[in-house]
Design a protein around this ligand. Structure first.
Ligand SMILES: Cc1cc2nc3c(=O)[nH]c(=O)nc-3n(C[C@H](O)[C@H](O)[C@H](O)COP(=O)(O)OP(=O)(O)OC[C@H]3O[C@@H](n4cnc5c(N)ncnc54)[C@H](O)[C@@H]3O)c2cc1C
Length: 325
């Protein structure tokens, strides 16, 4: 998806920000998950869908539940990829997300593509308290969503999404009763990457590690990049039988690079009324305000690039290996 992003204020006078390059990609999550699963299976992973992690029994022994019932499994390392409220993080004694937004999104089929691809952001505390609502129409699907602080939704997030869907920008000339194809929702950690995300028994990735841009709340790219880093560290630890290597998987170092964004997230969270949002928009209409917004929405720095084990810690490159369950 390319170019303009159009933050819209409560008074509905949009500010258009234009980029010279393609900025956003829309993920078809179903096919992406399937592709990831197939890649994992091809690499030797024993994929067991419908399996629930129940908790830790003792060091390296965990309880899971699947169709066959409850089972104890042994694992040298456990990877917590279980989302913002990670049970694995709790069991390993690692850091937990405490600063959470809640988000909800619906995906509809659309009848026509917009004249120009655009990512519409709406800043209105009555629809998205402390964050923003969005509309993206790629010509096939329209994604309509809102996120904010759960306790600040006066009539709940679903009601806010309903209201927003009726007035959302960027959906002109569309079917008034489009077919809904998907919905998603849940907590979004925005406190930045957690400092302590590994221990000799395992590590955390994705939302469990707080690997979400505190400002844009985008978590897919950070999740994939941090997971690559995790794979390198785990591969080295497994092939060299060296659990201590997991200490190099360090959130504290990467987190320092989030400082500016965490400060801006804090400022964003203070927008509690339409009047305050409108005042912020006055700033956004100025040249420095537009430049700042472009840096946030169009820069490549949603997540710091994790160091490679070889570069930073002198870890020997590991021989290719296949890790099975
Ligand atoms: C409404 C909404 C819209 C979003 N839009 C965007 C966007 O446009 N762009 C973007 O980059 N990011 C977006 N995000 C954020 C993005 O979805 C997450 O950052 C990303 O999915 C993180 O992936 P994850 O695998 O770490 O966590 P999740 O996607 O939350 O996956 C965790 C999985 O673990 C499973 N699980 C939890 N507990 C257990 C257990 N005990 N046993 C077994 N399984 C368990 C869950 O069922 C879930 O399947 C959005 C989030 C929301 C809520």
């Amino acid at each position: 998806m390319s170019s303009p992003s159009a933050p819209v204020s409560p008074d509905c006078a949009p500010v258009t920000l234009r980029s010279n390059r393609d900025e956003y990609r829309l993920g078809e999550m179903g096919p992406l998950y399937e592709h990831g699963a197939q890649e994992a299976i091809a690499a030797g992973v024993d994929l067991q869908l419908g399996t629930r992690y129940l908790g830790k029994v003792s060091d390296h022994t965990y309880l899971i539940r699947n169709d066959a019932g409850r089972t104890r499994i042994q694992a040298q390392y456990i990877v917590g990829a279980d989302g913002a409220r990670s049970q694995v993080a709790r069991d390993l004694g690692l850091d937990l997300n405490t600063h959470l937004l809640v988000g909800a999104e619906r995906v509809y089929t659309v009848t026509s593509a917009p004249a120009e691809p655009a990512f519409h952001c709406v800043i209105d505390p009555s629809i998205a308290p402390g964050y923003l609502a969005w509309v993206i129409n790629d010509g096939v699907h329209a994604h309509i969503g809102t996120a904010g602080y759960a306790r600040r939704y006066r009539h709940g997030i679903q009601q806010a999404l309903e209201t927003f869907s009726r007035t959302a920008p960027g959906l002109e000339h569309q079917d008034r009763h489009p077919q809904q194809v998907e919905k998603r929702g849940g907590p979004i950690p925005v406190g930045g990457l957690l400092p302590r995300i590994s221990c000799p028994g395992g590590l955390l990735v994705g939302d469990a590690a707080g690997a979400v841009s505190p400002l844009t709340a985008g978590g897919l790219d950070p999740c994939l990049r941090l997971s690559d880093h995790a794979v390198e560290i785990l591969d080295s630890a497994l092939t060299q039988s060296e659990p201590d290597l997991l200490r190099h998987y360090d959130g504290a170092t990467l987190r320092r690079k989030f400082r500016g964004r965490l400060a801006m997230r804090h400022a964003f969270a203070q927008l509690r009324s339409p009047t305050m949002a409108a005042a912020a928009f006055t700033g956004l209409r100025t040249r420095p305000g537009r430049a700042a917004a472009k840096r946030i929405l169009f820069s490549d720095k949603s997540f710091p690039t994790p160091p490679t084990p070889q570069d930073s810690f002198g870890i020997r490159p590991a021989a290719p290996t296949t890790v099975g369950a």
